[in-house]
Design a protein around this ligand. Sequence first.
Ligand code: ATP
Ligand code: MG
Length: 317
Amino acid sequence: MAEPESKLNQRETDNGQTLPQEATPSDAMSDLVSEVSPAAQETVQEFMDVAAQQNVAANEAVPDRRNRPGPYIAFDHVFKAFADLVVLEDVSFSVLPGETLCILGRSGVGKSVALKILMGFLKPDSGRILVAGEDISHFTEREMQAVRNKVTMVFQNGALFDSITVGENVAFPLRERHDLAEDQIQHIVTGMLEMVGVAGMEGLLPSDLSTGMKRSVAIARALASQPEAILYDEPTTMVDPLMGHLLAELITRLKTQLHLTSIVVTHDMRFARKLADRIVFLHQGAARFFGTVEEMDRSDDPVLREFLEMDELVLPV
Ligand SMILES: Nc1ncnc2c1ncn2[C@@H]1O[C@H](COP(=O)(O)OP(=O)(O)OP(=O)(O)O)[C@@H](O)[C@H]1O
Ligand SMILES: [Mg+2]
């Protein structure tokens, strides 16, 4: 019988699952940074190493639960309605530090609402929302701004600043820090754009870009803010299959190499299977399924099965 995978490189989590042990940031980063032009490479490598180290520290700082790592993000019995329309009804799920959660569910089920609640753009009617171990559900706008420095969202349309160039969009979080020299900023902007597959587009305006390119720039801008967690709303849809594949590859590499905690709303089951440590399936207001891909495949819940089978019809393998 085959030996089970070595546990040496893994650590046990809250619910008895295992997470990969953190790799040395410098080694892990070389793959991402290899896309960057030689002049900018050293600055970008350093910038990404710092981000990875900060994320490892942030992941370790999340308070334990019962002597195991607690969640970085959690929805705890969350309710949300708009007038008579009940969108989320007693929804609970969690994301461990460095883990990726994929949110699945039909159109209109409340996936984007869940992300907006996490960012504090919408408030839950009741329930607790944990981010980095803190209950943010009653945070003021000012307190939420600090949370948004840790958790950033990549919107479907990119939500870029339309009146400034692509380069200035990416430079924006770098300038806000006031601790980087102009040549460092330029190197990081160049490098980030190369990493996300839109090299040399610094001088264009967002309106000159395709949907997929805007999303890539939004990811570059998110990375420039060195977040601990990124939330992606449908990152691979409404773009051609090649762009979708490139974005999926990038998100997968960022997850493993930057130790980012991420939530990805997606309809793309192949992407979800590849990326997700766990999956939450929202249906009629409830978190109908929450577990690993293997548990999802073993589930005999007819509603979940129907959702997965429908996807196979749309996307034959
Ligand atoms: N600010 C709002 N005011 C009123 N209703 C809203 C608001 N935001 C969302 N809704 C409603 O909440 C429901 C869930 O919307 P949401 O955008 O979260 O769906 P979704 O799961 O992201 O769907 P899709 O896959 O199409 O993006 C929808 O019926 C939507 O009309
Ligand atoms: Mg949505």
